[in-house]
Design a protein around this ligand. Structure first.
Ligand code: SF4
Ligand code: SF4
Length: 416
């Protein structure tokens, strides 16, 4: 069996001779029957972007001069409750907090930790309210520059084996798997997962994706801390951590669901091709990655099965909005369902768009041009065709971060 070690790959990188592909590029060559051989590929950069509920931030910032209060009891940032501590910072006027990406504002269930953290990184002002153990209330405004330390910890990220959901019942069901209640009678399908570009999908035995490995999390260097919570050989995921102040807000943010605000992240992981086994694992394609389709209510009771080729094919990754076709409805459904607020005031901000497809599914006058496709699934011996109405993973962002990682490795900015 052929082998090479990491120092050989690093030497090729230093000499500008390394063959580095993004997973998107590599899979395209496989499809064209033109896959580079083991000798012709040194590194493949994989990626994924999606709603990752287990995301929290540890923040430290000053709210008052020292001596004004004993220690924080309750802390709110733009109305989003954060956990004070663990460090009590007694009499110091500063607070350590842990903020969950899935915690909702006390004023608005659709605004939560994910939206807040993105706003902090975009440099926006944030209202802070501290209720102290000695009964004082301190109110202040902070920006990114006032935050001394901000670290993201993801307790279950880069998940590999997802389930797609539909609603076979007659009544609509509200869930975290779509921004709006899922209507019944198999009228729509929602799914997550980036298929064959997902890091863990390309290294199922964890030959190289393991504890201590350096990765990119939302554009910044981060590290794998180990397995994520609820990780199992069948459904692996990772625990990661990185410095939030170095992250690019394009790659993370809030995502509205039927159960309120969630948070999405983007991850890219390099796979050095050290052995033929590692190489062979990279040959997996969307069509090989199956995904069960389950009842949104039962969650784990599959109704049928499909695969990521059927889910992604060459469907559109972003919508086009045609103002001429917009009928200026009194209540804009597209705006209401847009999970990232990318469509607002009849304007589409592509830098915030997640490519979920909800706007084109819900606009009542076809003002959006976006084909997100449909899948044929056998349910109870009957073939049914279900339109894909919501994608909770974003292949465009995942591919962009994989490309950024490839460039960073090539330039020597990111060492393997
Ligand atoms: S639902 Fe569609 S047609 Fe109606 S206001 Fe919104 S974008 Fe325009
Ligand atoms: S695809 Fe449409 S609904 Fe989804 S994030 Fe983009 S603008 Fe919003």
């Amino acid at each position: 069996m052929k082998k090479r070690d990491i120092s050989q790959i690093n030497e090729k990188i230093d000499n500008g001779e390394a063959n580095i592909y993004t997973a998107e590029e590599f899979k395209k060559l496989i499809k064209e029957d033109n896959a580079p051989s083991f000798d012709e590929v040194d590194v493949v950069t994989t990626g994924t972007c999606g709603v990752m509920s287990g995301t929290a931030a540890i923040l430290n910032f000053i709210v008052s001069p020292p001596g004004e209060f004993i220690k924080a009891d309750k802390v709110y940032l733009n109305g989003v409750p954060a956990f004070a501590g663990p460090c009590p910072n007694e009499w110091l006027g500063e607070v350590d907090v842990i903020l969950h990406g899935t915690t909702h504002s006390i004023d608005d269930v659709n605004y939560g930790g994910g939206f807040l953290l993105k706003e902090i990184m975009e440099g926006k002002s944030v209202d802070v309210r501290v209720e102290s153990v000695d009964g004082k209330v301190i109110e202040n405004t902070i920006t990114r520059d006032d935050i001394n330390r901000a670290q993201i910890i993801g307790s279950r990220m880069a998940f590999k084996n997802y389930t797609a959901f539909t609603n076979p019942g007659s009544e609509e069901v509200s869930s975290i798997f779509a921004a709006t209640p899922l209507k019944g009678n198999l009228s729509g399908l929602t799914f997550s997962g980036c298929g064959d570009i997902n890091p863990l999908q390309n290294d199922i035995p964890h030959n190289v994706i393991n504890t201590g490995k350096r990765v990119l999390l939302n554009g910044a260097e981060a590290y794998i801390l180990g397995d994520g919570t609820r990780s199992s050989p069948q459904k692996p995921n990772l625990m990661l951590s990185g410095d939030m102040t170095r992250m690019d807000p394009y790659y993370f943010g809030g995502f509205k669901t039927g159960q309120g605000g969630e948070i999405y992240n983007t991850i890219a992981i390099p796979i050095p091709v050290l052995t033929e086994e590692i190489y062979n694992n990279l040959l997996i394609q969307d069509i090989d990655v199956s995904i069960p389709v389950a009842d949104i209510k039962g969650r784990h009771l599959p109704l049928g099965e499909t695969n990521y080729y059927e889910l992604w094919k060459d469907y559109d990754l972003r919508p086009k909005y045609d103002r001429q076709k917009c009928s200026s409805c009194s209540e804009c459904e597209a705006e209401l369902v847009c999970p990232t607020n990318a469509f607002s005031d009849k304007s589409l901000d592509l830098s915030r768009c997640f490519g979920c497809g909800m706007c084109s599914s819900f606009c009542s006058h076809d003002a959006f041009d976006m084909d997100t496709g449909s899948v044929d699934i056998k349910i109870n011996e009957k073939e049914v065709n279900i339109p894909i109405i919501c994608r909770q993973s974003d292949r465009l962002r995942a591919n962009k971060l994989s490309l950024k990682l490839k460039k960073m490795i090539k330039s020597g900015e990111f060492k393997l």
